[in-house]
Design a protein around this ligand. Structure first.
Ligand code: SF4
Ligand code: SF4
Length: 116
């Protein structure tokens, strides 16, 4: 069965600190994650916004992985589940915003392709 905890972009939501902080209701981990994401993204991300169960499963989502995510929006507009369903996956400049820092997402997406 397809792993719905692999996000639209191939990130592994199961290992994401935002999801772990949400399902364990860990405010210290929310603060740590918000501080790290603020540093990485150069915009203020508050601990209150660190609430997410995963972008492809039911439940709360951070805006950064939902409405503000260009990859999630692209997948949604195309009526796909993930970038693994897209013929443009290899070399996509939108997906590259994740691939450049987390190249393993391509392996996760290829794994989804092989599961289908
Ligand atoms: S969708 Fe949520 S759980 Fe998945 S990577 Fe993004 S913030 Fe983390
Ligand atoms: S165009 Fe790029 S971001 Fe959009 S679904 Fe295809 S691979 Fe994903």
């Amino acid at each position: 069965m397809e792993n719905k905890l692999i996000g639209c972009c191939g990130l592994d939501c199961e290992k994401c600190d935002a999801r772990i902080a949400t399902i364990t209701n860990d405010d210290a981990l929310r603060e740590k994650t918000a501080a790290l994401w603020t540093k990485l993204n150069g915009v203020l991300i508050t601990p209150e916004s660190i609430n997410c169960t995963g972008c492809r499963v039911e439940g709360v989502k951070t805006p950064f992985c939902d409405k503000l995510c260009s990859i999630h929006n692209c997948v949604r507009e195309k009526g796909l589940d993930t970038c693994a369903d897209c013929k443009k996956m290899n070399g996509c400049s939108t997906l590259d915003s994740i691939v450049k820092n987390s190249p393993f997402v391509l392996e996760n997406l290829k794994h989804i392709q092989n599961e289908k």
